[in-house]
Unconditional design. Sequence first.
Lengths: 281, 281
Amino acid sequence: MTEENEKCDSCAQKGSCTEQGKEGTCIVDRMARIKHKIIIASGKGGVGKSTVSVNLARALQMKGFRVGVLDADITGPDIPKLLGIEDQKLMQEKEGIEPANAQGIKAASMALILSSRDTPVVWRGPMKMSAIKQFIQDVNWGELDFLIIDLPPGTSDEPLSVLQLIPDLAGAIIVTTPQEVALLDSRKAVNMVKVMKLPVLGIIENMSGLRCPHCQETINIFSSGGGQRMAEEVDVPFLGAIPIDPEVCAMGDTGQTFVECKTQAGESFSRIVERLLEMFN
Amino acid sequence: MTEENEKCDSCAQKGSCTEQGKEGTCIVDRMARIKHKIIIASGKGGVGKSTVSVNLARALQMKGFRVGVLDADITGPDIPKLLGIEDQKLMQEKEGIEPANAQGIKAASMALILSSRDTPVVWRGPMKMSAIKQFIQDVNWGELDFLIIDLPPGTSDEPLSVLQLIPDLAGAIIVTTPQEVALLDSRKAVNMVKVMKLPVLGIIENMSGLRCPHCQETINIFSSGGGQRMAEEVDVPFLGAIPIDPEVCAMGDTGQTFVECKTQAGESFSRIVERLLEMFN
């Protein structure tokens, strides 16, 4: 049995793969060139998954790692806006689809394919699955240290597709806000990841308290501490809490990351990245 | 041609319907007993669709209307938590599935079927479609003035299913936050609704500024005014803005509505309900 046959025999795509026998362009080959593949998930929407994804990518890149971001939210793709690359387009080249480049971070997203930013992607599950497969298989990610995969909320098609398509995922980071209703959905996401036999790398509590810019008092808009309590309950690591900061939101809206800022939010995020990197050493 | 045949001939379910010829239990018959069917949608998650849904339902019920809430978010069903009816279960009765009852508001949700609140619903599109169909067709909603349908974020399976399955929808309310990245996705939702030939009843801007409870100064966490600007841009009515209020979040977490409160958020919401009711008079 040749090496090629062995590789194909153990592949989840066997049977449906059109690349069999071709060197370097199948999912297994593409993904083998990426050291650590991390998914960013949540049960509830609007908790800051995409913000965590781009800031984690920037923090890792600033430390000298080669990083890519795969935006697996097909109907609400926000990564290009947050990375300030809305005007770029994905192009088909000889080696595959060339990813966009956000000051050194490679990125692929539906928003980089659509003709207009207001065009809705009114697609059912199988179409979304096929788009995600293209982002994994056809994009020329090259050699990377980290691929950050930003999932849409929920436990349906996109998370399932990513979990089934990508071999050798390092694990999942679950983002939540401290409010009960977000924790409720996040516990579902933790359980989905566990059922899929993937490690939960940890939980990040986002939007955890706000320091009033006028009087400096703390306001717990969405309560606080719930992420840590949940992490203990479901027995997974707690990576840290990020306070709400109007500056963070404004920076995201203008395509800037905040992890490099000497603010409370920036420093909290940097500590989370340190904790995460310890897991990979 | 009999009346029954005529009804079935014009029905979108013709061909796949198993209730043909039966009186009172098909989608068309069930939905004919509900005067106004309104969907609550958004592009982005976490903007407060479910909070708007339950408070709209409560406000209408307090005015004497008969109201139901259909939770069409299959993988992240939060309506029972927000209505304080997490301990209820949907039961099969002679007339169909009996909806839960939240102090007079009828409700159906996946969360009222699951054995545990932490169980993830790891389903692909067709399974979700069939659950939504059951909520529309098999639940004994009875005679209602309003059915509020709370959609999950995005423009994929659930919104498509609801838009295709429910005949005679009154229209959609789009909920957004003022931040650019939410507006981006909300414009997609507006366009999806328009493409489906459904009226956009209006846009609600949620989480619009916060008054510091310590110093009373205003903090624009997610910016402000974006919802109104977007409404003008896409030429649909602007229904109003709801400020962020830590009290609103805490009340949701304990299953209470806030529309009856004499707070800034409660009064803003009441004005939105008035504006909406003018459209139905």
